[in-house]
Design a protein around this ligand. Structure first.
Ligand code: ADP
Ligand code: MG
Length: 740
C-alpha cells in the first residue's frame, strides 16, 4: 500500500486485565503476560514450553497492565481520536479479544464509578465539554445510533419493537460510504440524553438474551455518534464539518466451533466466526498490502468497518488479554492479530460540507420558521401602528430580524392585548350607543366577535409556530453556553495538564522504541578499529550481534511453527464446521426429495433469486413490486358498503325482495316490531283458539316481556305479508349488531 502524506496507521494498544479470583485460586502459576510500559512491549511466556525457549515479545503503540486506570487509557490513546472527530474526521475505536478479557469493561466500564468509567462515557463527557467550551459562533448537532450484529443480521437497538423488528440492510453511498438503511438516530443535547440512548440500547440488547454475557459474547455492538459542527469560514459562509465516531464492542474472539455444537448453535457459531474471520482476513489483506483484493464484502461487520480499516478514518484498536496460563493460545492469537493490524494504513481526511449534513437542513428549517414568525410579528406591528398600506417591505422585516427575539415576542404579545382591549372597548361602545337600531347593533357586535375569534386564532398559530421554532433551535448546541455545570477553569487546566502528560508519555515511548532500533544499526558503523584490542572488542560485539540475530532467528522459527499449528487448527475447525453443515444440508435435501412434491419444489425454486447486495437467496414476491402497496391496501370496489364482495345480480336480488339465498349477511329478521302488545292472547286459553301458540298458552305470567315474545310467533305471518321488509337498509343496519 502506498504511503501518501495523509496516511496514518491504525493505532493498536493492548490491555491486560488482572487475574480473576477464580484464576488466582487455580494455582500459583501466576500470569503469563508481562508488560514494559515504557517501551510499549508485551512479553508472553508459554506455560507449556521449556524455559530455554525464548519468550515472545510484541511492540505496540501503548500497553496497559493490570494496574492501569481507565482514565490513563482514555487520555493517552482515545482523547486525540475524539478531538479529531470533533474536528470533522471519522474515528473508530474497537475492542477485540477473548470473552471475559475486559472488552466491555474497557468500552463501557462501571458507569456510576468515576474511576471505572470506560471509553464510551468518557467520550460523551469529552464531546459535550468540548462543545460547551467552544466559541459562540459554532453550532453543533450531535446524533447517536446503536446497533448490534447478531448472526449476521443488523438490528437496531433503539427501535421500540426491537424484538420483532426485521433485520436492517446495508447500503453504500459514494460520498459517505457504507451505511445502515432506516437506522434510528437520536438527536442528543446533553450527556444525560446520550446516556439515556445508550441505556435504552443496552436494555434492548439484554431483552431476549437468556444470559447477557452469553449474548454479548456472541454479538457485535456498535454505538455511532455523529457530530456536525457549523462555523463561519474566512469567506463569510457557514461551513459544516461532520465527524463520525464508531464505538465497537466485538464478540468474543475465542473459537466458537468447538466440538458438540449442533443446529442453531452451530449456525450461530459459524456466523460469528464468519464475521470475525472475515475481519481477520481483511486485516491480513490490508497489512500484507500486496493483495489487491480486500474481502470487505464477506461479512456485515467488515462492510460496516470498511472505512475504519484502510479507508477514511482514524482507528484505534484495543486488544484485550487475560493473564491466565490456560488461555495462552487465545492470548497469542490476539497478540498476532493486533500485531498485524498495526500495519494497516488509513487515509483520514476532514469531511467538509458533505451533502447529507443534517445540520444544514436544521438551519434551513429554523431560518424558514424564523422568517415566518418575523413576518407574523411584522404584520402585527404594522397593524398596531395603524398603517394602512400592507405591502411587504423586506427592509422592515430585516429590522425585525435584527431585534432581540424576546423583545419582538413581547411586542407581539402587547399588540395582541391592545387589540383585544380595543375590540372590547368598541363592543362596549356599540352596546351603549342608543342611536343604533337593535338589528344593526347585533350585526356589529357579531362582527366584532368574529374579529375577536380571528385574533385568538392568529395568536394560537403564532404560539404554535414559536414553540416549533424553539424546539428546533434547542436541538442545536451553541458553543460558549455552559451546558455542563461542573466545568470550571480549574478542571479545564487539570485536563490540559493531563493531556500534556499523556502526550509526553507517548512521545517518550516512541523515542525509546526508536533508540532500540537505532542501537542495533549503529553497532555496524563503529567497525573502524586501530589496535588488536579494538579488533577483539569489535569482533566480540559482532559476535554478540550474531548471537542476538540467532536468537531472533530462533524466535521466528518458533513463530512459524506456531502460525502453522494455528493454521492447521483453524483448518480442522473449518472442516468440522463444513462437515456439520454438509450433514445438515443432506438432511434437508432428504426431506425435500421425500416429502415435497416435485412441482411444489419447482415452484419454489423458480421464485428464488440471489441478492448480491445482501449475499443471500430471496423469494421473489408473488405480486409485482410496484403495484403491491396500492393493490393490497385498497378494498375491492364491489365490496364498498358490504362486508364482502357481492355480485351485481345479488345486489339487485336483495333490493327486489328477500330471497333467503341473498340474505347472506343476516338471515334473521331484526327490524323493530311496532305491533302493540297483544293483551287478548292472555285470555286465549279460555277461548281455546286452536291456532294459539302453546308456549304462550301455558305461560302463567302476564309480564310485558313474555307477552311481547308472542309477537315473534307471528313473525312468519308478517314476513309473508310484507316480504319487502327485508330491505337492503335492514341488512345494513343490522350488520354491525350481527357482526358482534
Ligand atoms: P468481555 O466484554 O471481554 O467479555 P468483560 O468486560 O465483561 O469482558 O470483563 C470480564 C470481567 O473482568 C468483568 O467482571 C470485569 O469487571 C473484569 N475486568 C475486565 N478488565 C478489567 C480491568 N482492567 N480491571 C479490573 N477488572 C476488569
Ligand atoms: Mg463483553
Amino acid at each position: 500500500m502506498s504511503k501518501n502524506k495523509s496516511s496514518e496507521s491504525v493505532k493498536v494498544v493492548v490491555r491486560c486485565r488482572p487475574l480473576s479470583r477464580k484464576e488466582e485460586s487455580n494455582g500459583p502459576a501466576g500470569g503469563i503476560v508481562q508488560m514494559d510500559l515504557r517501551l510499549g512491549q508485551v512479553i508472553l511466556r508459554n506455560p507449556r514450553a521449556p524455559p530455554s525457549e525464548p519468550q515472545k515479545t510484541f511492540t505496540f503503540d501503548a500497553v496497559y497492565d493490570a494496574n492501569s486506570k481507565q482514565r490513563e487509557l482514555y487520555d493517552e490513546s482515545v482523547r486525540p481520536l475524539i478531538d479529531s472527530v470533533l474536528g470533522g474526521f471519522n474515528g473508530t475505536i474497537f475492542a477485540y479479544g477473548q470473552t471475559g478479557t475486559g472488552k466491555t469493561y474497557t468500552m463501557q466500564g462501571a458507569w456510576l464509578d468515576p474511576e471505572r468509567r470506560g471509553v464510551i462515557p468518557n467520550a460523551f463527557d469529552h464531546i459535550f465539554t468540548h462543545i460547551s467550551r467552544s466559541q459562540s459562533d459554532k453550532q453543533y448537532l450531535v446524533r447517536a445510533s446503536y446497533l448490534e450484529i447478531y448472526r449476521e443480521e443488523v438490528r437496531d437497538l433503539l427501535d421500540p419493537n426491537h424484538g420483532n423488528a426485521r433485520a436492517l440492510e446495508l447500503r453504500e453511498n459514494p460520498d459517505t460510504g457504507v451505511y445502515v438503511q432506516d437506522l434510528t438516530s437520536c438527536v442528543c443535547k446533553s450527556i444525560k440524553e446520550i446516556e439515556e440512548v445508550m441505556n435504552v440500547g443496552n436494555q434492548a440488547r439484554a431483552v431476549g438474551a437468556t444470559d447477557m454475557n452469553e449474548h454479548s459474547s456472541r454479538s457485535h455492538a456498535l454505538f455511532l455518534i455523529t457530530v456536525e459542527c457549523s462555523q463561519p469560514g474566512p469567506d463569510g459562509r457557514k461551513h459544516i464539518r461532520v465527524g463520525r465516531l464508531n464505538l465497537v464492542d466485538l464478540a468474543g474472539s475465542e473459537r466458537q466451533a468447538k466440538t458438540g455444537v449442533q443446529g442453531e448453535r452451530l449456525k450461530e457459531a459459524a456466523k460469528i466466526n464468519l464475521s470475525l474471520s472475515a475481519l481477520g482476513n481483511v486485516i491480513s489483506a490490508l497489512a500484507d498490502g500486496r493483495s489487491g483484493h480486500v474481502p470487505y464484502r464477506d461479512s456485515k461487520l467488515t462492510r460496516l468497518l470498511q472505512d475504519s480499516l484502510g479507508g477514511n478514518a482514524k482507528t484505534v484498536m484495543v486488544a484485550t488479554l487475560g493473564p491466565a496460563p490456560q488461555h495462552y493460545d487465545e492470548t497469542l492469537t490476539t497478540l498476532r492479530y493486533a500485531n498485524r493490524a498495526k500495519n494497516i494504513q488509513n487515509q483520514p481526511r476532514v469531511n467538509e460540507d458533505p451533502k447529507d449534513a443534517l445540520l444544514r437542513e436544521f438551519q434551513r428549517e429554523i431560518a424558514r420558521l424564523r422568517a415566518q414568525l418575523n413576518h407574523r410579528k411584522w404584520r402585527s406591528k404594522q397593524k398596531s401602528e395603524q398603517v394602512e398600506d400592507e405591502s411587504w417591505d423586506g427592509d422592515q422585516e430585516k429590522e425585525i430580524e435584527d431585534e432581540e427575539d424576546e423583545e419582538v415576542e413581547k411586542e407581539g404579545e402587547d399588540y395582541m392585548k391592545l387589540e383585544e382591549q380595543r375590540l372590547e372597548r368598541e363592543k362596549e361602545a356599540i352596546r351603549g350607543d342608543q342611536d343604533l337600531i337593535p338589528d344593526e347593533k347585533q350585526k356589529l357586535l357579531g362582527e366584532k366577535e368574529r374579529m375577536m375569534v380571528d385574533l385568538r386564532k392568529e395568536q394560537e398559530a403564532t404560539e404554535q409556530l414559536t414553540a416549533k421554532y424553539k424546539a428546533m433551535e434547542s436541538k442545536l448546541l451553541v458553543g460558549g453556553k455552559n451546558i455542563i455545570d461542573h466545568t470550571n477553569e480549574q478542571q479545564k487546566m487539570l485536563e490540559i495538564k493531563r493531556q500534556e502528560i499523556a502526550e509526553q508519555t507517548r512521545k517518550e515511548r516512541e523515542i525509546q522504541q526508536q533508540v532500540l532500533i537505532q542501537d542495533e544499526e549503529t553497532l555496524e558503523l563503529r567497525e573502524t578499529f586501530t589496535s588488536l584490542q579494538q579488533e577483539v572488542e569489535a569482533k566480540t560485539k559482532k559476535l554478540k550481534k550474531y548471537l542476538k540475530l540467532y536468537a531472533k532467528l530462533q524466535a521466528i522459527k518458533v513463530e512459524i511453527k506456531d502460525v502453522n499449528d494455528e493454521h492447521v487448527r483453524s483448518r480442522q475447525e473449518l472442516e468440522q464446521t463444513q462437515n456439520e453443515l454438509t450433514r445438515e444440508l443432506k438432511f434437508k435435501y432428504l426431506i425435500i426429495e421425500n416429502f415435497i412434491p416435485p412441482e411444489e419444489k419447482n415452484k419454489i425454486m423458480n421464485r428464488l433469486v440471489f441478492d448480491p447486495e445482501e449475499d443471500q437467496w430471496k423469494f421473489q414476491s408473488l405480486v409485482p413490486a410496484e403495484s403491491k402497496s396500492s393493490q393490497m391496501k385498497k378494498r375491492p370496489a364491489s365490496a364498498v358498503g358490504y362486508k364482502r364482495p357481492i355480485s351485481q345480480y345479488a345486489r339487485v336480488a336483495i333490493a327486489m325482495g328477500g330471497h333467503s339465498r341473498y340474505r347472506a349477511e343476516n338471515i334473521m329478521f331484526l327490524e323493530l316490531d311496532m305491533t302493540p302488545p297483544n293483551t287478548a292472547s292472555v285470555d286465549c286459553s279460555k277461548d281455546g283458539e286452536p291456532n294459539q301458540s302453546p308456549s304462550v298458552d301455558s305461560s302463567p305470567t302476564k309480564e310485558k316481556g313474555v307477552r311481547k315474545s308472542q309477537s315473534w310467533c307471528h313473525t312468519p305471518k308478517s314476513m309473508t305479508s310484507s316480504p319487502s321488509n327485508v330491505s337492503l337498509a335492514a341488512c345494513h343496519t343490522a350488520t354491525p349488531a350481527a357482526a358482534q
